[in-house]
Design a protein around this ligand. Structure first.
Ligand code: GLU
Length: 282
């Protein structure tokens, strides 16, 4: 049995957390990421557009400096992000080159979504990168923004990017197979994020890596599904995960999009802005 999406999947946003990028010694997971590059090549050859939202800058920056214990000092972490972002892009560029693809770096902050002209500029640039057949690699601009360092590891950013680009699917790759119910079984399909599901989603246990855990992923899914984008949360280390997911194989937890009103222009921008205004309060 396979999944049937409500519309054809042509544009996929894939979010990779820090633990998909680096191991416990903060070394790049080159073998796993090569498999991802091969899958992106496969999807591209089938005519799909793939956008990556990738963390891992801080992790790789720590690795570059021979560190494995995460500091709690924000400027210290921002410096690691600046150092590691170069390593992150080198990694993607080398791996994608092996499958004949180029990539482009896009660093965003939530303020870029807030300001109408910056929001549109980001959309136009990303559309132009995709039109060129190039893979955009998006991360938070950690030099000027600290939202995703403090909480989230880019989960929310991935939902905002998926909304900005009217993606057909958001895939959040993690180190767990999906969202677990009370009996430790993965939910295959979720139509409504109930209080029970909210309560089951905890934070992260890996103090040296990312922030947010399943809780941040569920928050991201709420935004994306409200923007009519289906989402899948699953483990990044499942063989051929991306290719199989897009083909409808029942992997991970699938969140069905809401049948919400189609927004455009100012109302669409207002929808996106409302989400980070809320979290800035919190
Ligand atoms: N944007 C950050 C990164 O890429 C967030 C992840 C973190 O806080 O470690 O490294």
């Amino acid at each position: 049995m396979t999944r049937t999406f409500q519309r054809p999947i042509k544009r996929v946003v894939v979010k990779l957390g820090s633990s998909q990028i680096a191991d416990a010694q903060m070394r790049p997971k080159t073998r796993e990421l090569m498999s991802l590059a091969l899958q992106i090549g496969d999807l591209r050859s089938k005519g799909l557009e793939v956008v990556l939202v990738s963390s891992g800058a801080i992790a790789l920056g720590m690795g570059e400096l021979g560190e494995s214990k995460r500091s709690s000092d924000l400027p210290f972490l921002q410096a690691r992000a600046a150092i590691g972002q170069a390593a992150l892009m080198r990694l993607y560029s080398d791996l994608l080159d092996k499958v004949g693809l180029k990539c482009g770096q896009v660093l965003l902050t939530w303020d870029d979504f807030d300001d109408r002209s910056r929001f549109l500029n980001a959309r136009h640039t990303l559309e132009a990168i995709l039109k060129q057949g190039v893979v955009p690699i998006i991360n938070e601009n950690d030099t000027t923004s600290t939202e995703e360092i403090k909480f989230g590891d880019n989960d929310k950013l991935s939902a905002l990017v998926a909304s900005l680009l009217h993606a057909d699917l958001l895939v959040i790759l993690s180190d767990v197979e999906g969202v677990y119910d009370g009996n430790k079984k993965v939910y295959q399909e979720i139509k409504e994020i109930t209080a029970e599901i909210d309560a089951a989603a905890g934070g992260t246990k890996n103090v040296n890596m990312s922030r947010g855990g399943m809780k941040a992923k569920i928050e991201a899914v709420k935004i994306a599904t409200q923007a009519r984008i289906p989402c899948i949360i699953t483990a990044g280390n499942i063989k051929d995960v991306l290719v199989d997911l897009v083909a409808g194989k029942k992997i991970g937890t699938y969140f069905i999009e809401k049948n919400a009103q189609i927004l455009d222009g100012d109302s669409e921008h207002e929808f996106i802005r409302s989400h980070f205004r809320n979290s800035k309060k919190g």
